[in-house]
Ligand binder design. Structure first.
Ligand SMILES: Cc1cc2nc3c(=O)[nH]c(=O)nc-3n(C[C@H](O)[C@H](O)[C@H](O)COP(=O)(O)OP(=O)(O)OC[C@H]3O[C@@H](n4cnc5c(N)ncnc54)[C@H](O)[C@@H]3O)c2cc1C
Length: 511
């Protein structure tokens, strides 16, 4: 099964590609087209189909190709933006709404698993959040107080969950974990069984927003009444690209000497934080540890992030081997809450769900419920709070300015060092870099067999310069997170078009 990176996640290797029922571009006007076959798209499609809507999911690759195939699938009622932050940025009532929505999301996942008999290793477990310094402990205390106020069951305990010394440790009841692709495949099957159409290997290129919407895809056009972008970040140029910042996070699947695998989900409070859980694949246990997050395109050597994560793990655990390593991308919202609802600039019938941070299993599921309610009954209790058109100058202002300034710096300033094109023979196999050649910037990648690929590094979204990601063998845009394969094809939006490619023949670049 394919994913949007070169490293294989533990999930990819333990499922086969989902085979859709024979599906063709449907004729006539459909009720809803959902773009994107990750947890957000498939959950939303299933709920709408169950509610009597005629739905079509359009997925550019295979379902699970995006971050849903590269996640770690903790299911939490507490969020990366803590309830203390939500209370501060929004209100105590809003923190309660999010807590309730998170609980409903876990309940929906659980009921789908029961109803459709999905074997996806769903387990309810306690969650542990621990501090390692006094400063972190005081933050932990305020998180606990705000979480209790929001209605979440949490308290301090004195337990040992991981072999990592802690200052204070809190327990969160009713957390869970599952195999994200087994779950995704299960709900996709249920969607098809309910009459939904799932088109894989079909990219949406454009949508014309008239009385009925005309969706232009690589396999033909579809007419529909409502369109949902469940693409993790909407394609094209949109206000939301200035309100969401792309980040990359790294994960290791580790075999331990002995049986010290935690029977819990756990988190430290470092910035960026580490996250821990256990997964069993083919009767073998693995410790899954994540962390080392950074803004996309802001790390020269992404392999070094894996090395730092490994060194963190080896500091505390008796490591036997590390069979899995992968990384993936998420989008951080500027005010801490996701954007789910009407796509800015399209108040009518086009919807979006984005800005989930590290909580997209929950927010992707919540998006399904919120969008179903908006489309079916015209209202949701979360509509106003998560409105993508909201303006939260107080809550989001500092972040917004920081992210926007960063974008402008990358876009206008072109912060990349001026280099001469080295003799192509000097590049190591597997290496990629931006070089200057006869006054033009270009991105060069040499594959393991010595074949050279050259692209124009101007991102086709809004022309920031892409950066080489040596771990996932992709060109990543530091501004809005568009990602391209070494041959220049779009892996991740918002870009819609491939990078321009230079022709490389026998070591000579022809421009
Ligand atoms: C390393 C890591 C660990 C994480 N761990 C957790 C966790 O433990 N718990 C948690 O809750 N969240 C976690 N997250 C976040 C969560 O995984 C994501 O938010 C979530 O998977 C996003 O799902 P999605 O369906 O919105 O997007 P995606 O899974 O990215 O799906 C979008 C799909 O849209 C398709 N697409 C894009 N453009 C087009 C187009 N034009 N036409 C057709 N199809 C298109 C893509 O191919 C893709 O399959 C983690 C994230 C990372 C990076």
């Amino acid at each position: 099964m394919l994913r949007d990176g070169a490293c294989e996640s533990i999930w990819q290797t333990s499922v086969t590609e989902f085979v859709s029922r024979a599906a063709f571009i449907p004729v006539g006007i459909q009720d809803v087209v959902i773009v994107g076959g990750g947890i957000t798209g498939i959950t939303t499609a299933l709920l709408l189909q169950q509610a009597g809507k005629r739905c079509v999911v359009v997925e550019a690759h295979n379902i699970g190709f995006g971050t849903t195939g590269g996640t770690t699938a903790h299911l939490n009622t507490f969020m990366d933006s803590s309830y203390a932050q939500i209370k501060q940025n929004f209100s105590a009532e809003d923190a309660q709404l999010i807590a309730r929505g998170a609980r409903q999301s876990i309940d929906l996942i659980k009921s789908n698993i029961e109803r459709y008999n999905i074997a996806c290793k769903f387990r309810e477990l306690p969650g542990y959040l621990f501090s390692t310094t006094e400063e972190e402990s005081s933050a932990l205390e305020s998180i606990i107080a705000a979480s209790k106020e929001a209605g979440v069951a949490v308290g301090l305990v004195n337990e040992t969950v991981l072999p990592i010394p802690y200052h204070q440790i809190s327990i969160w009841e009713g957390q869970a974990q599952f195999h994200p692709l087994q779950y995704l495949h299960g709900i996709a099957k249920a969607f098809e069984a309910a009459g939904g159409v799932l088109l894989q290997g079909c990219r949406v290129l454009h949508a014309e927003d008239n009385e009925t919407i005309e969706v232009i895809t690589t396999k033909g056009n579809i007419k529909c009444r409502q369109l949902i972008y469940a693409t993790h970040i909407p394609p094209g140029v949109n206000l939301l690209h200035f309100r969401c910042a792309p980040y990359r996070s790294y994960v290791l699947g580790v075999k331990l000497k002995g049986d010290g695998y935690p029977d819990a989900v756990a988190y430290d409070m470092h910035d960026p934080y580490h996250y821990y859980r256990t997964e069993e694949v083919n009767g073998e246990k693995y410790l899954i540890v994540g962390g080392e997050d950074h803004k996309t395109g802001h790390e020269d050597n992404t392999e070094a992030c894996f090395r730092r994560l490994e060194s963190h793990v080896r500091n505390y655990f008796e490591v036997a081997s590390i069979p899995y390593k992968w990384s993936s991308q998420y989008f951080e919202p500027t005010d801490g809450l996701p954007y789910i609802g009407h796509l800015p600039g399209h108040p009518g019938n086009i919807y979006v769900a984005t800005g989930f941070g590290g909580n997209g299993m929950i927010y992707g599921t919540l998006s399904g419920m919120l969008l179903r309610d908006l489309i079916v009954s015209g209202a949701s209790e979360l509509e106003e709070l998560l409105d993508p058109n909201r303006i939260k100058p107080v809550a989001g202002f500092a972040n917004f300015v920081k992210e926007a300034a960063d974008v402008a710096g990358k876009w206008v300033g072109g912060l990349f060092p001026q280099e001469k094109l080295p003799a192509l023979a000097d590049m190591a196999p597997g290496e990629g870099r931006i070089v200057e050649f006869e006054g033009k910037k270009m991105g060069i990648y040499k594959d393991e067999r010595g074949k050279v690929y050259a692209i124009d590094p101007g991102c086709t979204h809004i022309k920031c310069t892409v950066q080489w990601n040596n771990a996932e063998k992709s060109w990543d845009c530091p501004c809005h997170g568009s990602r391209f394969s070494f041959t220049g094809e779009v892996l991740t939006g918002p870009a819609r078009k491939s990078l321009a490619v230079y022709d490389v023949k026998q070591g000579k670049v022809v421009i």
